[in-house]
Design a protein around this ligand. Structure first.
Ligand SMILES: [Zn+2]
Length: 250
């Protein structure tokens, strides 16, 4: 075991030196890719280490996600070696955040935040609603594994939100949409309240994110306590399918 970990540490050191060279090269052509971008494993050296993750505050994790989203929108994603990330994370993972997102194929958290293997826990369910299993997953992510941030990630033009507005009934989907429906009467909106109105659909989606945050705090004393202690932050955001912007609620 010791031999293996020494070998692993050695190859990491080599990878890190390679990264420094790559980063310096990248700086020459892209000043935005500085050394700070190493934080959320935006590097060639592998996944987040425990030391890197534990040294970050919840608000720093939010800042790193915002920077990653800016890189994604600019098409200037950090140079990344998935195989190095796979190797460095195989023996242990230290993700900085857990994302509760929608199954929508256009909202892959790792890509829109320009993160890599081992950086994020990703829980996905249509309409990014909270249920017992998702709460258990988020509790594992934060209380057991040490993630610093719970992020509920809604998005524009969400089909699940439209389905809830339209009272769609279909197999098990009916029960899932019922978890979204409380957001409908709680959405204040002037104008046509129908699934045909994109502004209304997005307003309900924003309310749905807020309710998911409230439900998380109310239904998970574990997470609520961690947040009160300042160990984690529970927050939300909306992803705009059209322009790629992630708009954080805080
Ligand atoms: Zn959706």
């Amino acid at each position: 075991m010791r031999g293996a970990s020494r070998e692993s540490a050695g190859s990491l050191a080599v990878d890190r030196r390679q990264f420094l060279g790559a980063a310096l090269g990248a700086c020459a052509i892209s000043p935005s890719l500085g050394f700070l971008s190493i934080q959320l494993a935006a590097s060639m050296s592998g996944s987040l280490t425990k030391e890197q993750r534990d040294s970050m505050t919840p608000s720093q994790v939010i800042d790193e996600l915002k920077k990653g989203n800016e890189r994604f929108r600019a098409g200037k994603m950090a140079p990344r070696d998935y195989l190095a990330e796979k190797r460095s994370s195989a023996a242990g993972q230290y993700p900085a955040a857990v994302i509760l997102g929608c199954v929508d194929s256009r909202v892959p958290a790792e890509i829109i935040f320009d993160c890599g293997i081992g950086d994020l826990f990703s829980g996905r369910v249509a309409g990014n609603v909270v249920n017992d299993d998702m709460l258990g997953s988020m509790e594992f992510a934060c209380a057991v594994s040490g993630a610093k941030l719970v992020l509920v990630l809604g998005h524009t033009a969400c089909g699940a939100i439209k389905g809830a507005i339209d009272d769609v009934e279909l197999g098990n989907l009916t029960g899932l949409l019922a978890r979204i429906k409380p957001a409908i009467p709680k959405t204040e909106f002037e104008g046509e309240k129908s699934s045909k109105n994109p502004a209304y659909v997005d307003a309900v989606a924003r309310t749905n994110v807020k309710l998911a945050i409230e439900n998380t705090r109310r239904r998970s004393p574990v997470l609520e306590d961690l947040e009160k202690k300042g160990s984690i932050q529970i927050t939300g955001a909306m992803y705009n399918l059209a322009n790629g912007v992630v708009d954080f609620v805080s």
